[in-house]
Design a protein around this ligand. Structure first.
Ligand SMILES: C[S@@+](CC[C@H](N)C(=O)[O-])C[C@H]1O[C@@H](n2cnc3c(N)ncnc32)[C@H](O)[C@@H]1O
Length: 262
């Protein structure tokens, strides 16, 4: 909840005026009208992502953390993202690129934007490092020499050649997908484009444990499936392989000779 003067928090274990909490430290205990003890803590990014208003399915915290590591998102990086959805990944990326980086998000549905940006504002203090492009990422990416392209769209194979033109050499392409049929199609498209190497797919399973003095065991329930993360790196086209016709690298190599000879 957001604390407001004169407001009251209502729960099944009693009420608690916000005024009692305002001005106190995080981690303090409070007593409701029914005598129940409650702890007050500022939500973490994970807490907020799981509870925030959603316009679409969000990427779960276990995947957000791994996406930042697998895409090697660093302070100062320029990241192209698609799509905005509920803004969970955008907020995580903004926090990772920090004050000197930049996140450009492509989103095709304008009606998703207001709710998602409210989430991003709540989560990412560096909101000014965010740019939104209302448009279809399948039609192209206008930015060039970017560090990372991070996708959460249904048909990322339509973005492979655009990402190859947008990324600098060594840049990382990452896609999050819910089904393995989509992963297969994406990996085929990445493999067919000789500029992408080190193509890898992982799934992240996070199993929480119950640890008490008498019982040490996995908890009975877990989130069994969210999605697959596929990564690839933009490299020089492999010797003997032809990059897709009409791409920038093809044109450049006709003029300059093979990239490896430079
Ligand atoms: C699953 S949601 C993204 C959720 C988001 N990553 C999050 O964590 O909240 C997918 C989003 O991609 C957008 N989208 C789908 N196809 C697109 C395209 N071709 N170009 C841009 N955005 C697209 C959808 O409108 C939707 O908002």
């Amino acid at each position: 909840m957001t604390l407001k003067a004169d407001s009251v928090f209502h729960t099944h274990v009693g009420t608690l005026p916000h005024d009692q909490i305002i001005g106190r430290q995080q981690g303090d205990w409070f007593r409701t009208s029914m005598g129940q003890g409650l702890l007050a803590l500022k939500p973490t990014l994970s807490d907020y992502v799981l509870e925030m208003p959603r316009g679409s399915q969000v990427i779960y915290p276990k995947d957000l953390g791994n996406i930042l590591m697998l895409a090697d998102v660093f302070p100062g990086a320029t990241v192209i993202e698609a799509g905005l959805g509920s803004g969970a990944l955008t907020a995580a990326l903004l926090r990772a690129v920090g004050h000197s980086g930049r996140v450009v998000t492509y989103e095709v549905r304008e009606d998703m934007v207001a709710k998602a940006l409210a989430n991003v504002r709540a989560l990412a203090p560096d909101f000014d490092r965010h740019e939104l492009r209302i448009g279809d990422v399948y039609q192209g990416i206008v930015e060039r020499q970017v560090d990372r392209v991070v996708l959460d769209v249904p048909e990322p194979w339509q973005v492979v050649s655009h990402a190859a033109e947008a990324l600098h050499r060594g840049g990382i392409f990452l896609s999050f997908l819910p089904t393995v049929l989509q992963v297969h199609r994406l990996v085929e498209a990445l493999t067919a484009d000789s500029r992408f190497q080190l193509i890898e797919t992982v799934e992240v399973l996070l199993r929480p444990w119950n640890v008490t003095s008498r019982s040490v065991r996995p908890v009975h329930r877990m989130v069994a499936h969210t999605g697959f993360i596929t990564t690839a790196r933009l490299c020089a086209p492999k010797a003997g392989a032809q990059p897709p016709p009409g791409t920038e690298n093809t044109r450049q190599e006709k003029e300059d000779g093979p990239a490896d000879d430079r």
